[in-house]
Design a protein around this ligand. Structure first.
Ligand code: MN
Length: 234
């Protein structure tokens, strides 16, 4: 008799990380989480960089970092300066390599609002020393995400307000059309570096206004026509 599939693993299989799909009981399984650095000119400036149209650059977070379903954000260890970055998140239903921007939107399942949490003090040290950003970006609970809105319900948002509040206080307030690289351009660039696949999430960068969060803060990010993400810092 064949053993059950799970008995092939020497430890219990880690759970599949997944994101709820708005208005349904279905969930989107997550493969990789990619993030774009500096994709809004005003945020590039506030971080001390020239917002000229250099090619986009990318980093990753582990899927196991995701905070979903309105879960809490436990303040991470080590850092004393953890920032919020509200971002449009793209979720892929299909894969491709070397995709043309004109073909890129056909890969998209839907969109969500996300928060890229960043240990800003550790990131600044890493930048100064030429070290990897990993531990400033891919720590436990480092990426919140709201429910996914499928393309067949909302289309492909290329404009609209993106904003972020702490305890009702407006901190970030931008427009999607301020992105230096559009979603099709981001997907095209990324697909020349790695093979994209169903389940991939891409955080597309943040507008200006990033700031520190503190324990007890209620965080809310919203994008017109897409949805929201909410979490509390504990
Ligand atoms: Mn970011």
């Amino acid at each position: 008799m064949m053993p059950e599939a799970s008995s092939h693993f020497v430890i219990p299989q880690p759970p599949v990380v997944s994101v709820p799909v708005a208005g349904t009981l279905e969930r989107f399984p997550v493969r990789r989480v990619y993030c774009v650095g500096r994709n809004y000119a005003d945020h590039a400036r506030e971080m001390g960089h020239d917002p000229d149209r250099e090619p986009p650059f990318f980093f990753t977070k582990a899927a196991q970092c995701l905070v979903t379903d309105g879960g809490v954000f436990p303040y991470p260890t080590i850092s004393k300066d953890v920032h919020h970055e509200v971002e449009l998140v793209v979720a892929l239903k299909a894969g491709a390599a070397n995709v043309d921007p004109a073909d890129a939107l056909a890969l998209v399942y839907g969109y969500a609002v996300g928060i890229d949490f960043t240990r800003r003090d550790m990131q600044a040290q890493a930048k100064a020393k030429g070290h990897p950003w990993e531990m400033s970006k891919s720590f436990d609970h480092a990426a919140a995400i709201g429910a996914l809105a499928p393309v067949d319900q909302i289309g492909h948002p290329a404009s609209g307000r993106i904003w972020f509040e702490i305890d009702g206080d407006l901190r970030q307030d931008g427009q999607l059309d301020q992105m230096i690289w559009s979603v099709p351009e981001v997907l095209s660039h990324l697909s020349h570096m790695v093979t994209l696949a169903p389940g991939d999430l891409i955080y597309t960068g943040t507008p200006a206004g990033v700031s520190a969060v503190e324990r007890g803060n209620k965080l809310v990010g919203r994008i017109d026509g897409v949805g929201s993400v909410e979490t509390t810092v504990v």
